[in-house]
Design a protein around this ligand. Structure first.
Ligand code: CMP
Length: 369
């Protein structure tokens, strides 16, 4: 089986060499050389596929619109750069010998590079010189920080309260009222629901993870208990700071006018209320993913689509939007929920009824019955 490139090999490729080791790890599935047989095309003139390609072994022939040809040999200085980077492609590329290439999704690479530029200074500033800043990079790599201005992140770090805790410490308990959220700086935590024989482990989180945000967003009791599995360190962010610095930029709240514009450009309604609420009346072609099932079901959503979350009050939809953005989706929340709409608009919005629509794992949406 093909192996991902080593860090040493990645350091010779521009602009991959501008990324950090944790970012290379995020890309690892794409950092696997692909074989290209002699005579095979890598891309044709005018191709639009957003991919960044590098030649790793063998020889390619590049030809431009004017018929000018260039032989590109792996290991030469020119092969350290992306092949014909402009889209649509201004050159075509064909293997002259058996070759090996690296093909990376251009949008993902672009996001990682943009992130790097935005947070580079901050990472240097916050580096405590204790060799323990891997958590910081893991935390900032969370897609939600792609939406948070650097100044907010800086302000957030000024306000975080550092708590060193021994193994077994219960950081928050199911059913409690929440007045803060946490980031895990060091150690591992277990997220559990229920008690006694009904106890269930939901997840184990590692350094960089954010937790305890759902009670704040949904204005509901803590939905799980979070316990440190080993001695560790957590950073506590107060409710007010969470709302001002994180929630505000991450949860884009829209009114019906903006929602209509988003729908016209391909967005989809996502109803995060319970199934019974949904069946009584829902937005046209809305998918139903109740908030408590969203972590499980979001893999059925289409990463290329934008989702417009709604609920009754706007709280569950804010929580859903936050969760979706953390998972790399484009999501918006209907401001104030359907209850904030005048009755005529509310009835017009919830005009569809019955079991509704299902999302399939390939992002397809179908009527369920
Ligand atoms: N399935 C899950 N996976 C990961 N984290 C979870 C899961 N369920 C709940 N949590 C986290 O556990 C926290 C418990 O408190 P909150 O409800 O405030 O916020 C919750 C989430 O941050």
């Amino acid at each position: 089986m093909n192996q991902a490139l080593s860090f040493e090999q990645l350091r010779s490729l521009t602009p991959l060499n501008a990324l950090s080791e944790p970012q290379w790890r995020l890309l690892r599935d794409q950092l696997v050389p692909q074989p290209l047989l002699a005579g095979q095309w890598l891309f044709r003139m005018g191709d639009q596929a957003p991919q960044t390609c590098f030649l790793l072994a063998g020889t390619l022939l590049l030809r431009d619109e004017a018929g000018r040809e260039e032989r590109l040999v792996a290991g030469s200085p020119a092969s350290c750069h992306p092949l014909s980077p402009a889209l649509p492609r201004r050159q075509e590329a064909r293997a002259l010998t058996d070759a090996s290439v690296l093909v990376i999704d251009g949008a993902t690479l672009d996001n990682l590079l943009t992130w790097r530029l935005a947070f580079q200074d901050l990472l240097l500033e916050l580096d405590e010189g204790d060799g323990e800043d891997g958590w910081l990079e893991a935390m900032l790599n969370n897609p939600l920080f792609g939406k948070v201005p650097v100044d907010n992140v800086r302000a957030m770090f000024e306000r975080l309260q550092v708590l060193e805790l021994p193994a077994g410490s219960v950081i928050l308990s199911e059913g409690e009222t929440g007045d803060c959220c946490y980031f895990l700086k060091r150690g591992r935590v277990e997220v559990m629901r229920g008690t006694g024989s009904g106890q269930q482990v939901l997840a184990e989180l590692e350094a960089g993870a954010c937790f305890g945000e759902e009670a704040l967003l949904a204005d509901a009791p803590r939905n799980a208990t979070v316990t440190l599995l080993e001695d560790g360190c957590v950073l506590r962010l107060d409710r007010g700071d969470f709302f001002a610095l994180l929630k505000a930029p991450v949860v884009a709240e829209v009114g019906l006018g903006e929602a209509a514009r988003l729908l016209a450009s391909g967005a989809q309604w996502l109803d995060v209320r319970l199934q019974e609420e949904y069946e009584r009346g829902h937005a046209l072609e809305a998918l139903n993913m109740p908030l408590h099932l969203l972590r499980l079901k979001s893999r059925l959503l289409d990463p290329a689509r934008a989702y417009l979350c709604y609920c009754d009050s706007g709280k569950r939809s804010a929580s859903a939007t936050f969760l979706l953005v953390q998972n790399g989706f484009r999501a918006y929340a209907l401001c104030g929920g359907v209850d904030a709409l005048p009755a005529v608009q509310r009835d017009a919005l919830l005009c569809d009824s019955g079991p509704g629509y299902l999302a399939r794992s390939d992002g397809r949406v179908e009527r369920s019955r």
